[in-house]
Design a protein around this ligand. Structure first.
Ligand SMILES: [Zn+2]
Length: 348
């Protein structure tokens, strides 16, 4: 909060009156874009409300001035190149009590474009890869997304070379939601389109160190198993900018990039978008239809396994990538139940 006001209030009162608010904000934007400020969490107000900023005001000249500026920010939004928006890390609704005040994560102040450009982007969550809860099987539209435009939408290869080592699709009873690309640890990994970093996280049993970037075309891309992340949540990145270094962290058997494209939180086969042989986009546009997500039917198919001699629950659990507790609940058995040879166990 101090930071936020610090930026707004760096001039004298007179200057503020004369300067008109535009210049204030031009100053603000001259700083590395997008301006990212941490403010104390406000659990009382919804996203991008002016009140949520005022809530922290304890009175006094500085704060009143800050309030004015924030109001001006709203009123003058049309003239401004960029409008700032407060995005909450917590997307659930919460009670306005002291406990939740402590629990709620920090909020970010980012360009409003990033939350208004696509309807589903009004959810900002820096912890969950898919917070949108859109059932891909209910997708009946045909949406054309622009992947490349000479003037306004650049793209970049994620790596200098893109040799595929594992495809999107079924993998030993588990679905592989991305394309794996060979690399050497330390290789530069680049964001494919312009974007803003939504997630920078460590997932020891899965993606390892990974980064998820939100793009203006409606897609999000994920880069997994990095040895180093080189961006922060809220950073605006340009196509081709290095966001991390390749590695083999998380569930990985050797250095590679696990690369995903997602639309409305649901994975899209990268090979519908990218030609890894030539290391180029397949087309300037991507048409998303029900067919794009038809693989989900395969993912959701119920799978049974026929118990063989010597099988144990933990062995079956490992082989199918399903926790023992899940197998137990799917089949109404206990962890110490005796398995019979020939018994059919539901594993998915
Ligand atoms: Zn992978």
């Amino acid at each position: 909060m101090v930071l936020l006001f610090g930026v707004y209030l760096s001039g004298t009162q007179e200057a503020a009156a004369q300067n008109k608010k535009e210049s204030w904000f031009r100053d603000l934007f001259r700083v590395k874009a997008p301006e990212l400020e941490y403010i104390a969490p406000d659990t009382l107000k919804s996203s991008y409300s002016i009140d949520s900023l005022q809530y922290f005001g304890g009175g006094g000249e500085e704060e009143i001035e800050a309030e004015l500026l924030i109001n001006d920010l709203e009123f003058d939004s049309k003239e401004m190149k960029k409008e700032l928006s407060i995005v909450s890390e917590d997307t659930t609704s919460f009670e306005a009590d002291l406990e939740s005040l402590v629990e709620v994560a920090e909020e970010l102040l980012i360009s409003k474009d990033w939350v208004t450009i696509h309807e589903y982007y009004n959810i900002w969550d820096s912890k969950n890869i898919n917070p949108y809860e859109v059932d891909p099987l209910k997708f009946t539209d045909s949406v054309s997304l622009q992947l490349f435009d000479t003037l306004s939408a650049p793209w970049s290869p994620p790596l200098d070379e893109t040799k595929v080592t594992s495809h999107f699709g079924s993998r030993h009873y588990r679905w592989h939601y991305g394309t794996d690309i060979k690399l050497n640890t330390g290789d530069s990994v680049r964001t494919v389109f312009d974007g803003i970093v939504r997630i920078k996280k460590y997932d020891p049993s899965g993606y390892g160190y990974y980064v998820l970037v939100r793009h203006k075309n409606g897609l999000e891309t994920l880069y997994g198993h990095l040895s180093k992340q080189m961006v922060e949540v809220g950073d605006e990145v340009k196509a081709g900018e290095v966001i991390g270094l390749g590695g083999s962290t998380g569930r990985s058997s050797g250095p590679h990039l696990h690369f995903e494209f997602r639309y409305q939180g649901n994975p899209v086969n990268p090979e519908d978008i990218y030609d890894f042989d030539s290391n180029e986009l397949l087309s300037d546009t991507l048409v998303v239809t029900a067919e794009t997500f038809s693989y989900i039917k395969e993912v959701r198919k119920v799978h049974y396994y026929k118990v063989r001699r010597g099988d144990t629950l933990s062995g079956i659990s490992k082989r199918h990538g399903v926790p023992i507790s899940k197998i137990c609940s799917l089949n109404g058995i206990r962890k110490n139940s005796t398995l019979r040879v020939g018994q059919r166990l539901r594993v998915h």
